[in-house]
Design a protein around this ligand. Sequence first.
Ligand code: AIR
Length: 203
Amino acid sequence: MADFMPDEPKTWTDFVKRAKELKKVDVLVAMGSISDWREGIAGGMWDCVRVLVELSVTYQTFITSAHRTPRRVEFLAHRANISNRIIIAGAGGAAHLPGMMKAHAPSIPVIGVPIIGNPPKTGLDGMDALLSIVQMPPGVPVATVGMGAAANAALLAASMVGLYRPNVRDALHRYVTHQSDNVPVAPPKFVMPKAKKAAGKKK
Ligand code: AIR
């Protein structure tokens, strides 16, 4: 029987080429499946990239699964580690991607996004992904955002990049100010609904 390693012969060359570009950007955005991208839907990894762009944070996206493409995970995390990049990793179900990336990239921050499947695939509504990401063993920290909070992962990464890139810090400041400005001071004035009887009374 032949020994077997999932070495992805068809995609490996393209993947390595893209991975080498990583040194030119601030953040590596990884997701466990194309189904985690969810274009146009809040909570998908698309939403994370939308906020990174808004804040002028540069990024490179990758699809890589802890279980389906383990060699890609190792390669990418190692490259991010030696290039001092931040990793954002989103996955659903048994979401081992952020933890595995951290295992291979111990010197850099890894932010995990628990993905809620749409439609939910596991019947656990994202709780499985949340616990898989947040419950890391002591010594292997992954910063975990809420279920489907891909945009928060981008904001957290931007606040790290902003420590050394003033334009990102300024963009984050504008984002937060705009957010505050859009919170109303109070709800509308309460008006007691007229009693049904009174409303039905003839004059
Ligand atoms: N996944 C893929 N490899 C390992 C894990 N945990 C996750 C993906 C996706 C879910 O499994 O991150 O959220 C379902 O993947 P798919 O490709 O079947 O849609």
